[in-house]
Ligand binder design. Structure first.
Ligand code: NAP
Length: 304
């Protein structure tokens, strides 16, 4: 089966002596990204929630001499990003690549510490984790954030404080799209603030065979399961598998033929994101709003 580094054209890259950290590496796109970086010679730290899958991945990475460490953290827990950053910082002298890959889609509404759960897991957590790990990132270090083409379905209004702290009219798809627009804007603003790093985000492709749809509505899960059981050679022609979808993350982590920062990539090439995602003022506003949500979480009304 096709390897992501081959799809990305970086099969000859030599990452020996570098250290990468991949979040959400226990399944799907993140798992394939971590394995590819290990095959290319990097030391690879990995994160997820599923201890069994984390240990299995660490064993595979050990066979590649990738000196793995698996760290468990649930991004729905407001304390998790800071604790995860501390755990990673303790284990590395310097980090060369951070891949913000972990992400989730929730069909049902939930507020966690006053913030809508998808926004917390997909945006607040990588925002905080990245900020905490920046001092450990090498000069020229890379931050790769896995967004989605679905960001195009969200608008600036979806990112208002009232919208991300309320679930009365919750729509899982809209919440997911909003969180992915936040990923693109976060990456853009991070690049502007840290010109000494390479900071980019990406759309991995459409991957019905990943676990992303585990909490989707019944019709969506049935459709995704149906697509994902097609034979790999058929599947790879019509949609992406976790392996092919990891290519752009692996490219941004390993390629030495690009030096752009603050861009959005798809199929290993820069692509124009939506108009809202190119709005520098919105990116700066979102950064400030996110900082205040992290520092001063909204008060949750007491139950009667
Ligand atoms: N699948 C697609 O079609 C598609 C399309 C565009 C973009 N993406 C993006 O690609 C990235 C990877 O998705 P995927 O398709 O590979 O999905 P996946 O198979 O569900 O993998 C998601 C990873 O994120 C972790 N994760 C989920 N919820 C978490 C939480 N609350 N705290 C910490 N970690 C959590 C999971 O950990 P555990 O399994 O250990 O719980 C898993 O390792 C996501 O950012 C997603 O939004 C996917």
């Amino acid at each position: 089966m096709t390897r992501p580094e081959a799809v990305a054209g970086v099969g000859d890259a030599d990452l020996d002596g570098t250290t990468a950290f991949v979040t959400g590496a226990t399944h799907g796109v993140g798992r394939e990204t971590a394995l590819a970086l290990g095959r290319l010679g990097a030391r690879v730290l990995v994160h997820g929630r599923d201890r069994t899958a984390g240990r299995a991945l660490a064993n595979e990475l050990r066979e590649l001499d990738a000196e793995p460490v698996f760290v468990r953290a649930d991004f729905a827990d407001p304390d998790a990003p800071g604790e995860l950053a501390d755990a990673v910082a303790e284990r590395v002298d310097e980090l060369d690549v951070l891949v913000n890959n972990a992400g989730a889609h929730f069909d049902g509404p939930s507020l966690v510490d006053g913030v809508e759960r998808t926004f917390r897991v997909n945006h607040l957590a990588p925002f905080e984790l990245t900020r905490e790990l920046l001092p450990d990132l090498s000069s020229g270090g890379r931050v790769v954030t896995v967004a989605s083409a679905i960001h195009e379905r969200a608008t600036a209004a979806d990112l208002e404080i009232d919208a991300v702290t309320d679930v009365d009219d919750y729509d899982g798809f809209r919440a997911y799209a909003r969180s992915k627009l936040a990923n693109v804007l976060f990456s853009r603003e991070l690049a502007a603030r840290h010109p000494d790093k390479l900071v980019n985000c990406l759309h991995p492709g459409f991957v019905p065979g990943s676990e992303l749809w585990r909490e989707a509505s019944l019709p969506v899960s049935v459709l995704m399961r149906g697509l994902s059981v097609l034979p790999a050679f058929v599947l790879e022609r019509i949609v992406d598998t976790p392996r092919t979808a990891a290519a752009t993350s692996v490219y941004l982590a390993a390629a030495d033929d690009y030096d752009v920062t603050g861009e959005y990539f798809s199929n290993c090439s820069p692509k124009m994101p939506s108009e809202a995602a190119r709005d520098d003022a919105l990116a700066a506003e979102l950064w400030a709003r996110t900082e205040s949500l992290v520092a001063d979480p909204p008060t949750v009304p007491a139950e009667d």
